[in-house]
Ligand binder design. Structure first.
Ligand code: PEP
Ligand code: MG
Length: 314
């Protein structure tokens, strides 16, 4: 019955009582976009632009970037495409950006911080995105990775708007940004929570360290508390709050995230049907109850068990 329910689900995401939850996909290349274009989704919630340049030893030119972004956006005419500016450094080194050697690259110059060392790189990317947006019919949203403070959000938003971009946001993947989400949102049109890094930084555990999986679990109540703060800030400001980390593909967690105030979920293509079906099976109140139970749990296992009982999953 579960399989039939999942296979039958289609169209825009929503809860059983009709609250929309936008279901989006994560992509990293033009090829990914070509494959994801025909998929039944509301668009792209995370385009990891650095994936296109991981092997390059020289910076991609303005024209090269414009052509690639145009090719991606063309696949999603009329739909939302959330593009993330280069998230270089740490686990995603880009050979053409020489950051020297850092003892703790996850705490070093990475994400938006690259823009302070290589301002031209960020400026060129924003210009290329604005051009690609004009050339296509996609609904282009642009966000910065690894934003820690409201000042950084304001600085990024100013640059992006000067480049002609109109929907500007930030990823929330540093606890400081979650704690101050309302201050960041004052400068932004939306935020998107990166639960992979948010989990890493909340429990101070390397996301590449397999042996510490329990501490990297997005069901950690402390991580859920931070997501709740962002959800509340988004609701108060009337602005969109997405989740685009791995946590968005967990069908049991999806109702919890919606209960915490999340308005869109972005995941790998294969994860979509099960998440869509899980949401369609629960009403808003049940999402709220699931969120309360997950936050009240003493650890991830207890949270999962409590939520499974509330939403009726085995
Ligand atoms: C995240 O940190 O959750 C995220 C979506 O970004 P990435 O995995 O690319 O760091
Ligand atoms: Mg991240």
């Amino acid at each position: 019955a579960d399989k039939a329910r999942i296979a039958a689900a289609s169209g825009p995401g929503h809860t059983a009582d009709g609250t929309p939850v936008h279901l989006l996909v994560n992509i990293g290349t033009v090829d990914d976009a070509a494959k994801a274009g025909p998929v039944d989704s509301e668009g792209v919630g995370l385009f990891r632009t650095e994936f296109m340049y991981l092997g390059k030893t020289s910076a991609p030119s303005l024209d090269e970037q414009t052509a690639s972004y145009t090719a991606v956006l063309e696949q999603f005419a009329g739909r939302r495409v959330v593009v993330r500016t280069l998230d270089a450094g740490s686990d995603k080194p880009l050979p053409f950006l020489d950051l020297g050697t850092e003892e703790n690259p996850a705490l070093g110059v990475r994400g938006l911080r690259i823009g302070t060392v290589f301002p031209e790189t960020l400026a060129t990317q924003l210009t290329a995105l604005a051009r690609a947006g004009e050339a296509t019919g996609a609904d282009l949203w642009v966000m910065a990775p690894m934003v820690a403070t409201a000042d950084e959000a304001a600085g990024f938003a100013a640059l992006a708007r000067e480049s002609g971009l109109t929907k500007v946001g930030a990823m929330i993947e540093i606890p400081a940004a979650a704690l101050r989400a309302a201050d960041l949102l004052a400068h932004l049109d939306f935020v998107s929570i990166g639960t992979n890094d948010l989990s890493q930084y909340t429990c101070a555990v390397d996301r590449m360290a397999g042996g510490l999986a329990q501490l990297l679990d997005p069901w950690q109540p402390a991580v859920l508390d931070l997501i709740a703060m962002v959800g509340a800030a988004g609701a108060a400001a009337g602005k969109s709050v997405g989740v685009c980390g791995e946590a968005a593909s967990d069908p049991t967690l999806a109702p919890v995230l919606v209960g915490l105030g999340v308005t869109s979920l972005s995941m790998s293509v294969p994860a979509l049907p099960a998440v869509r079906a899980a949401l369609a099976a629960v009403d808003r109140q049940r999402c709220q109850d699931a969120a309360d139970a997950a936050c009240a749990a003493r650890n991830p296992q207890a949270g999962r068990a409590a939520v499974a009982a509330i939403i009726g999953r085995a």
